[in-house]
Design a protein around this ligand. Structure first.
Ligand SMILES: Nc1ncnc2c1ncn2[C@@H]1O[C@H](COP(=O)(O)OP(=O)(O)OP(=O)(O)O)[C@@H](O)[C@H]1O
Ligand SMILES: [Mg+2]
Length: 228
C-alpha cells in the first residue's frame, strides 16, 4: 500500500439544519485499499461516497488531497483533480444512451482532452470481455454488460481511486459475483483503490474487502449487530 489518496478530516454533513447525516468522520484511504461501506437505506452511504468523490461539499471538516484541503481549491482545479484521479461506477451503470460502448468508455479521456491516440477505452473493453461489442449502444446490452462498460469507463483515466455506489444493485447474484471478480482482477493489474457502498454484506466476501458500517452518522469497524 502506498500513501493516502484522500483523507477525510472531521467531516460532517447535514442537508437540512439540525438534521445531521454524517457527524465528525475521519478516514484515511491508502492507495490500493479495498473497502466495502455497509449500512441500511438512508444511513448515509451515498452521501459519504459523494463527499469522498469531491462531488458533494461537506458541511464541516476537510478533504485532504496531497496535503491540501480540496474544497479550498477553485472548482476548475477540483474538477481537474477529480477527472484525473477518481473513477465512478453507479448502480444503473449511467451510460449515455446516444453514445456507443467504446465512446462511453472513452468519455472521461475525451472530457480531459487527452489525445485520441492515448485513449484506452477499447483496450479496457476487451479486458472486461466486451471487445466484440465496441459499436453497440447501451440499450443493446444486458445489465451485467452495461456495468462492465461502466467499469471500463471508470478505469479509462487510470484513476487512483474507484468509487462504486451499489455497482451490483441491479444485477442477478451470479452477475454480481462476476463483477466483483472482475474488480479484483483489474485491481490486481492496475493497482487502484476501491470503495464500494452497498447494503449487501455478501460483497465483503466477494471483494475480499475491509468492511466499514455507517450508522448513527459515523463510520464503524463493526456492524451495529456486534455493537461498538
Ligand atoms: N440531496 C438531498 N437533500 C436532502 N436530503 C438528502 C439528500 N440526499 C440524501 N438525503 C438524506 O440523507 C440521508 C442519507 O442518504 P443517503 O442517500 O446517503 O443514504 P444511503 O445510505 O445511500 O441510502 P440507500 O441505501 O437507500 O442508497 C437520508 O435521510 C436522505 O433522505
Ligand atoms: Mg445510496
Amino acid at each position: 500500500m502506498s500513501d493516502s489518496v484522500v483523507v477525510l478530516h472531521c467531516i460532517s454533513k447535514q442537508y437540512h439544519p439540525g438534521v445531521p447525516v454524517l457527524a465528525d468522520i475521519s478516514w484515511d484511504i491508502p492507495g490500493g485499499a479495498r473497502y466495502v461501506i455497509l449500512g441500511s437505506s438512508g444511513s448515509g452511504k451515498t452521501t459519504l461516497l459523494s463527499i469522498l468523490g469531491l462531488l458533494l461539499r461537506p458541511s464541516a471538516g476537510a478533504i485532504i488531497v496531497g496535503g491540501q484541503d480540496a474544497w479550498q481549491w477553485p472548482e476548475r482545479r477540483r474538477a481537474a483533480w477529480r477527472t484525473a484521479n477518481l473513477g465512478y461506477v453507479w448502480q444503473d451503470a449511467g451510460l449515455l444512451p446516444e453514445l456507443t460502448v467504446v465512446e462511453n468508455a472513452n468519455l472521461p479521456l475525451h472530457i480531459r482532452r487527452i489525445p485520441r491516440k492515448q485513449w484506452n477505452g477499447s483496450d479496457l473493453l476487451h479486458r472486461v470481455g466486451l471487445g466484440a461489442r465496441l459499436r453497440a449502444y447501451p440499450h443493446e446490452l444486458s445489465g451485467g454488460e452495461a456495468q462492465r462498460v461502466a467499469i471500463a469507463r471508470a478505469l479509462a483515466g487510470s484513476p487512483q481511486l474507484v468509487l462504486a455506489d451499489e455497482p451490483t444493485g441491479s444485477l442477478q447474484r451470479r452477475q454480481a459475483v462476476e463483477i466483483c471478480q472482475l474488480f479484483l482482477e483489474l485491481q490486481e493489474e492496475l493497482k487502484f483503490g476501491l470503495v464500494v457502498a452497498t447494503h449487501n454484506e455478501a460483497l465483503v466476501r466477494h471483494l475480499r474487502a475491509e468492511p466499514l458500517w455507517v450508522y448513527d452518522g459515523q463510520l464503524h469497524a463493526r456492524s451495529p449487530r456486534e455493537g461498538m
